[in-house]
Structures are given as structure tokens and as C-alpha cells.
Design a protein around this ligand. Sequence first.
Ligand code: FES
Length: 166
Amino acid sequence: MTSFYGASARNEATLEVRQILEGLAPGEGDLLEALHRVQHRYGYIPQAAIPGVAQHLRLPESRVYGAVTYYSEFRQTPPPETKISWCSGPACYIKGSENLRLVLEGLLACGMGENTPDNRLGLHLGQCNGTCDNAPQVWVDGEVVGPLTPSKTVELVRRLQAGDQP
Ligand code: FES
């Protein structure tokens, strides 16, 4: 993944974005495709990419920004190094997932959908993926970790904060 802010100036950044968008036609029709391409490249939609998208599509920057904020699939912040997805499904709920959530939010000092200030760990809302035998559980970068208790969750977070494997 390329660091967007590696570009030395706004003009360079705009040029880089416009290269990503090559082949897309001006107008509303390719707006979502353009934003998907930018997010695929950087992992999110950097604020500084918006002028380049707007110029390429010949749309107002406010229109581009509106689409970024309207569609939940677009991230406005860089993805975390490690993503913890908390399962919000019914089997996990019955087995105490709310307690795991409290531990996660408390230790990470961030809410659901947010990253830690150093961007190393991110907490995300997950949906049941059918691995309910391990409920209550989380996924760490897509790998199931469970069944968990609050104390096992504390240990898990400590390991991840130390840079260890789950
Ligand atoms: S409810 Fe959590 S994995 Fe199914």
C-alpha cells in the first residue's frame, strides 16, 4: 500500500490520483468506481485525494466529499495495522459478547469503528460468519479467536499491544 502523503506537494498528489483514475469518464457515472480505486490504492480515501477526484471527474469537491461520507464502505482514516472485529451476532451475544466489547473498548480506549491513537489496533463491528462454535469470539485480521472470556480478552489485547500474535 502506498502512503498518500508521500507525495511532496498537493499538485503531485493530484497528479498521482488522476493517474489512478485513468480511463474514467467525467461526470457522476464513474464517481463510485473512482473512489473505490483510490481506496484500493491507499486503504482509505485521504482528504487530499478529493481535489484530484473532483478535477478528473469535473465535479465539485463537495459532491465527491458527499459521496465519501454517505457510503459506509469508504474509510476516511487509514486502516489499522491490526483489525479486531467483535462479533455482534446472536450466539456470541447469548454467551456474553457485550462483556468482551466493554473490555475491548476500555483497554483500547477507542469505540467501535475507531482505531487506537497510534493506529496500531482498530476495533470493528463484525457480523456472524457461522463459526458460532467458538462464541463468544472476535476475529483478529480475519482469524477467529474464541471462545473468549473477559479475562482472556484482556490477555489477547495485551498480547496484541505488545506486538505478539493473538
Ligand atoms: S454469532 Fe458470533 S460467530 Fe455466530
